[in-house]
Every structure is written in C-alpha cells, then in structure tokens.
Design a protein around this ligand. Sequence first.
Ligand SMILES: Nc1ncnc2c1ncn2[C@@H]1O[C@H](COP(=O)(O)OP(=O)(O)O)[C@@H](O)[C@H]1O
Ligand SMILES: [Mg+2]
Length: 250
Amino acid sequence: MADTVMECRNLWKIYEKITAVKDVSLEIKEGEIKLLFGPSGSGKSTLARCLALLTTPTKGDVFHRGECLTRPGVNLNKARARIGFVFQHIWLFHHLTALGNVELGLRRVLKLPKKEARERATKALREVKMEEWANHYPAQLSGGQQQRVGIARALAMDPYIIILDEPTSALDPELIGEVTDTLRALAKKGTTMFIISHEMQFAREVADEMIFFNQGMIVEEGPPERFFTKPSSDRAKRFMERLIKRTTKE
Ligand SMILES: Nc1ncnc2c1ncn2[C@@H]1O[C@H](COP(=O)(O)OP(=O)(O)O)[C@@H](O)[C@H]1O
Ligand SMILES: [Mg+2]
C-alpha cells in the first residue's frame, strides 16, 4: 500500500461572506494523480491553496506525509518548499531568463550553491523540453513555453507532490497540447499530482481518480471511466456533457 503524501480532514475555508470549502476530506497517495474539476467559483483554487499551505484553512487539518501542518508552531516555509505549485496565470519574473526563474527558488529557498542550482535548474528545464530556451526571457516565449518553465520551476525543488491549478486554462487552444504532453510525461514517471483541469481527454488518460467539486464540496469521486460512462450525480453528468460538447466543437 502506497504512503499517503497529502491529506486533508474536515477542511473548511470561510471568507468573510462566502464559505468556499465545506468539510472536505481527501487523500493523495504516492504516485497517484487526482484530478479535480467543477464549475467556476466552486472553491477549487481555495482547496488547492489550503492543501499547499498558501492559505490558512478556517477549520480542519492538512497533513503532508503524515505530519499535521495545521497545528501551531509548524515551520510552514520548510513544508512549502517541497510542494510544487503551478498557477493558472503564469507568473515568471520578466527580468530573469527561463533558467534564472527556475534557479531562483533553488538559490533563495534551498540556498544551493550556484553551480548546483544551475545543474538542477537545467535538468528541470530538460524534463519539460525547454533546455534550449534556457537563456530566453519570458517575453520571448509563448504562453505554453512559459507554463512549461513554471512546471520546471516546481520540479526543480524536488517536490513530493505537484499541485496544478488550471495550468492550461489561460492558454490559447493550440498551446494546450504542449503543456498536457509535459504533464503526461510526468505522469508516466510516476509523479504525484493534484491537478485542477477541465481538459477531459487528458483527465481520462492520466487521472487515477477524478473528483467533481461543486459549492465547496466533493459531489462525486471515482475512476475516470465511471465519470465518462455513468456518473452517479446528475450535476456531474450535466457538467461533463457540457465540457465534452465544448471540446468536440473546437
Ligand atoms: N481571497 C478571497 N477572499 C474572499 N473571497 C474569495 C477569495 N478567494 C476566493 N473567494 C471566493 O470563494 C469562492 C471560491 O473561489 P475559488 O476557490 O477561486 O473557486 P474556483 O477556483 O473553483 O473558481 C468564490 O465565491 C470566490 O469569489
Ligand atoms: Mg480557480
């Protein structure tokens, strides 16, 4: 039985007026790929940010590799350094090259010496097939290439999980494939991932389990085939139909 890499129990996130996450429990095992999808505003990003310790949950606990990180006195920066997070809106430092962007965390957070940081960053860029673009600045790269640099930046930190919040939804349709291909390659290598995505073909291929999220709650979870053949909730069924119709139209 694989170890649990990340887990939340009875997690709540209440903003001033809105309850974004309502009593959510889930776990991700080593090597597993979970894919979360659901309507806009349903709380997906908030859940991902709570899991990545980028937001403090209102109630409930988050565990990383068995350690509870929601109790007082935990060194969150140390824990955050081993989680890769890839954002929907790609943010790279514009004054740094692709390599410089990937090196930054290695130098600043892990305090690696220059040579080692460079080696690790180069290896990460190679993994996303961006090595030959290492000395280019973000403005010289396409959105898909920038997002691959974002993935390399996460990989370079040697994370035990990568959390991706809609990594392709800000991209032009013709650029989505290069990013999903990169993720497919990581999946093949056994990378543990929690992915928020509405790319249903990709989901079907790579996810071990899909989670349909609505109004801050898990409505349904199970293997992709079940979602594609007979989702048990009406809400998930209708949502999937809409998504599939949208992609086949394009
Ligand atoms: N920092 C915040 N402050 C207040 N409300 C927020 C904040 N972030 C998100 N929300 C609200 O929480 C709900 C869930 O948002 P979000 O997690 O971004 O959903 P999703 O990623 O599924 O679109 C939305 O109603 C959103 O407006
Ligand atoms: Mg979101």
